[in-house]
Write a protein that binds this ligand. Sequence first.
Ligand SMILES: C[S@@+](CC[C@H](N)C(=O)[O-])C[C@H]1O[C@@H](n2cnc3c(N)ncnc32)[C@H](O)[C@@H]1O
Length: 271
Amino acid sequence: MEREKITLTGAQETMLATLYARALDYRAPDPVLADRAAADAVERIDYDFARTRIKPTTAAGVAARGKQLDDWTREFLAEHPTATVLHLACGLDTRAQRMDPPDTVRWIDVDYPGVLDLRRRLLPEPAGDYRMVAASVTDEGWLEEVPADRPTVAVFEGLTMYLTKDEGRRLIQRITGRFEHGRLLFDCYGTVGIRLQKLVPAVRNAGATLHWGIDDPHELEAWHPGLRCLDALRSIEVGRDKMPRAGRIQLRVLGLLPGMRDVGRILRYAY
Ligand SMILES: C[S@@+](CC[C@H](N)C(=O)[O-])C[C@H]1O[C@@H](n2cnc3c(N)ncnc32)[C@H](O)[C@@H]1O
């Protein structure tokens, strides 16, 4: 089998770390996501995944955060079965495949062109009303191509930290300004996490730079009338109970350190 060589660098390369985490989770005794397509994709990529330094404990954390965003997306689609899903910075995440939404849902995966080329080669395309849009989320044009006729949930995992705060604000304002109502579901780093970015091997080794940290999730509510933060979960608490014991203990200790407990969050907003 010819394996895919990787030429992507920086933020684009970091998607291999989260993919690898889901692949490791698949091989865990009690997987969180059971994402077989992720494990298959890893087998077909010629890359030194050890560079990511992802271990079973970190993998369980990545999978748990992904599951939280899956659950919120699923919940919204149960209430709005004809919604649009904007899955931004999709990387090689098989969220659409995991969710297997009804044909009435319009699903759009967005990432850079080089990422989507790889995605086409490595992952099965979901059935139904599905398409990919090759763009930077900060480009102005692509969103206007998406019909504004339905409730819209935008889910973005592992994106906000690569944007500047101004880019993040502009993105959120463009989405909330275009669609009548929906949800924003995403993860973020706190400013402590941004300061400690050199300690994250997947970021450091890819040569990526993190910019935007969010310490007060309510600050974003001022960016659009009616934007409300429904949930702000600490990343270190999500899925902790399903982790291997060593990981649970590490995270409990982190949780006792006031500066560290808000190193990352998973956020849900209504607009
Ligand atoms: C850590 S990976 C996360 C990928 C995927 N969401 C996951 O969880 O596996 C970061 C992703 O953000 C994408 N990304 C970063 N900045 C972007 C931008 N301005 N526009 C589109 N995608 C972006 C990268 O290409 C990469 O796929």
